[in-house]
Design a protein around this ligand. Structure first.
Ligand code: NDP
Length: 338
């Protein structure tokens, strides 16, 4: 059983050399001392920014640290190869939290979702039909309280979550602008996802002025993925009674000291509602989400761009690449096709 393990807790930017490929022996059967466990074969494994937080030694965080020397833990799409759990049987396709290895023993599989719809790419269950899709759905519809005609800004807009939030906002009839870190990503936002506007934040000298250019009358909704300087610039451009859904702050994850935000007073002056959220609080809405999004995918109303790395050995580079913006769309990797 080949696996990717974390060597030790990290500080600062993650590096490929923080992880190693190891091999161990595994019996393809649930052991007798693991009642209710399932054994799965992992097909697609997801690289997500929150995993950086689990690579450091955490106390009091909402997620536990990974254990050095053991496989990285993360979302994946898998097939049950043996089951001692009454709700799962051999051959079931599932998605949920598994490990970065070829086969995983899941001791408490209750939080796994069974995959019922296989007429879409299976890899979608690490992205649009999995955790990032639910994040976009919950963050936009449940936190932002959006209305037709409103102005929406999304940072890290071409990524796993952002590309969907933008398309949801367009389908609702909003004016939508996104920021991203390369020309190709900006083109994707405008030409593939139908954003009204997009800009490369790395090429803007003055983010406040860039936002004014796209939102002369201000922003109703900001879907926050990056934090730092972008958040500061957005606060000055928000409308009165605007809403900010704080989904993530990726620009801060590798810093030992988070950057200070200077324009927080705008929250009072403009009566802004700024709300953080975690997708794990919204999984009860998953059936409702699927009911909405599956037809949209099948009718071509929503598209989804994935960045697929090949094989376990490519996983560390794929994960590290998120923090340099190397991914174009949802970053994941698949078992090598032989
Ligand atoms: P993405 O697919 O968007 O990948 C990360 C992207 O972030 C990179 O491609 C890069 O895009 C951008 N980025 C990296 N470093 C920086 C930086 N220093 N400054 C600005 N942008 C940067 O990731 P996801 O869509 O999966 O996640 C987006 C956000 O949502 C993250 O902050 C994540 O932590 C958060 N999240 C929160 C959840 C929740 O429950 N609250 C659940 C899932 C995700 P670019 O080239 O455009 O810079």
């Amino acid at each position: 059983n080949r696996k990717i393990v974390l060597n030790d807790y990290i500080i600062g930017f993650p590096k490929e050399s923080d992880m190693s490929l190891k091999t161990s022996f595994i019996k393809l059967k649930v052991p007798a001392d693991s009642p209710n466990a399932i054994l799965v074969k992992n097909y697609y494994l997801s690289c997500d920014p929150y995993m950086r937080n689990r690579m450091q030694k955490n106390e009091g965080s909402y997620t536990e640290s990974f254990k050095p020397g053991t496989p990285i833990v993360g979302y994946g799409v898998s097939e049950v190869v043996d089951s001692a759990h009454p709700n799962f049987k051999k051959g079931d396709l599932v998605w949920g939290i598994t490990s970065w290895e070829e086969y995983s023993l899941i001791k408490a599989p209750e939080s796994f979702f069974k995959i019922q719809h296989t007429d879409v790419p299976l890899s979608y269950y690490t992205g649009i039909l999995g955790m990032p899709g639910m994040t976009a759905y919950a963050g936009f519809y449940e936190v932002c309280n959006p209305k037709k005609g409103e102005t929406v800004f999304i940072s890290a807009a071409s990524g796993a979550v952002g590309q969907l939030v933008g398309q949801f906002a367009k389908l609702l009839g909003c004016y939508v602008v996104g920021s991203a870190g390369s020309k190709d990503k900006v083109d994707l936002l405008k030409n593939k996802f139908g954003f009204d506007g997009a800009f490369n934040y790395k090429e803007e000298q003055d983010l406040i002025a860039a936002l004014k250019r796209y939102f002369p009358n201000g922003i109703d909704i900001y879907f926050e993925n990056v934090g730092g300087k972008m958040l500061d610039a957005v606060l000055l451009n928000m409308k009165i009674k605007g809403r900010i859904a704080v989904c993530g702050m990726i620009s801060q994850y590798n810093l030992e000291q988070p950057e200070g935000i200077h324009n927080l007073l705008c929250i009072i002056m403009k009566r802004i509602r700024m709300e953080g959220f975690l997708v794990i609080d919204f999984y009860h809405l998953y059936p409702k989400f699927l009911e909405m999004v599956l037809p949209q995918i099948k009718e071509g109303k929503i598209s989804y761009v994935e960045d697929m790395a090949e094989g376990l050995e490519s996983a560390p580079a794929a994960l590290v690449g998120l923090f340099a913006g190397r991914n174009v769309g949802k970053q994941e990797y698949r078992r090598k096709l032989t």
